[in-house]
Ligand binder design. Structure first.
Ligand SMILES: [Zn+2]
Length: 330
């Protein structure tokens, strides 16, 4: 199985396709919109690579300012595949953010290569694919990167927001896509407060609804309806994580603020200031989840993608020792 996969600067090369990195090849596959997976995407576009992603991922990239010429725009649904010189490449679902996928390369010689991309809840919400060669980004690759409260954090976040809403408006700050996971979760848990969104997030939400997600009752920040709701002080406002330091909007309503980050291992809620908390809501599996994926996928060889890992070497060593699976870092 030598030479089947190459990894260059985080990009995974499978014959004429490179996944989540730049290389001068016919296809550039994008598992999802996060910036560490769209590195040098404009360079791929300039080179002339065809940009392959789920319909929602390609639409969201457009919202984020990426312009893909029509001739290079290749949406791929779950039941389609792309022919490469030694096999067929297809997507498999996963739980991370809307639009995100795993990539499976079924080679004609019977070798199956799987790149997990980012995921959480393996076996439960992210299907674990049997593989011969598995490529993983060990985002939480060290044995102490474990969130023991991971299974309860959705409930914790939900009840906390519910409690705060009784006292005033709530602002939630999170990365792209995680915002949509949270909006969906709140609706599933019968939180009916309207969602107020800045323009980019509003457009992304429209596309997400177009692809089948049901978020309901969300308004652009600048609309007159939103203005009225803001006066009533019963709403949840969402914005990108980076804005929590210096929010420009709606400060006069004296909101409660929640910042979401997975880099928190001791307790699920930590107070940052008088009206601001950090909640350890992650869209990634912790160390145990990564290990579980590898164990059940049971590859002959694991490749740990160094560029997007934290603790790649520790993870590879742990897999070799504890699971008896050959692992290398690239
Ligand atoms: Zn991601």
């Amino acid at each position: 199985m030598e030479g089947v996969v190459e990894v260059k600067s985080g990009g995974i090369i499978l014959d004429e396709a490179v996944i989540d990195g730049y290389h001068n090849l016919k296809f550039r596959v994008t598992t999802h919109i996060h910036s560490d997976h769209t590195v040098d995407l404009n360079r791929s576009i300039s080179y002339g690579s065809r940009i392959v992603g789920t319909n929602l991922t390609l639409k969201w990239l457009k919202c984020l300012g990426v312009q893909i010429p029509r001739s290079q725009y290749v949406p791929l649904s779950m039941d389609e595949s792309i022919r490469l010189s030694n096999g067929r490449l297809r997507f498999e679902s996963c739980l991370h953010i809307p639009g995100s996928v795993q990539v499976v390369y079924e080679r004609d010689d019977g070798v199956r290569v799987v790149y997990t991309g980012d995921f959480k809840k393996p076996s439960i919400k992210t299907p674990v694919i049997d593989s011969d060669i598995l490529i993983i980004d060990a985002v939480y690759g060290r044995p102490d990167y474990v969130r023991p409260f991971d299974n309860d954090v959705e409930h914790i976040l939900n009840s906390f927001i519910e409690k705060l809403l009784k006292m005033g408006p709530v602002h939630v700050y999170a990365y792209y896509g995680k915002i949509h996971e949270v909006m969906l979760m709140l609706r599933e848990n019968d939180i009916v407060a309207p969602f107020i969104l800045p323009p980019t997030h509003y457009t992304m939400t429209r596309y997400a609804e177009g692809s089948g997600l049901r978020i309901n009752d969300y308004l652009p920040l600048t609309s007159s309806e939103a203005e009225e709701i803001i006066r009533d002080k019963y709403y949840i406002y969402f914005n990108h994580y980076s804005n929590h330091f210096n929010e420009q909007y709606l400060n006069s309503s004296n909101p409660y603020r929640i910042v979401l980050s997975g880099w928190e291992f001791n307790k699920p809620i930590r107070r940052l200031s008088n009206r601001k908390w950090l909640i350890a809501f992650s869209d990634h599996s912790d160390f145990n989840g990564l290990l579980e994926y590898v164990k059940y996928s049971n590859p002959s060889k694991l490749i740990v993608n160094r560029r997007r890992s934290n603790g790649a070497y520790e993870f590879a060593k742990y897999v070799e020792e504890e699971l008896n699976i050959k692992a290398e870092v690239r």
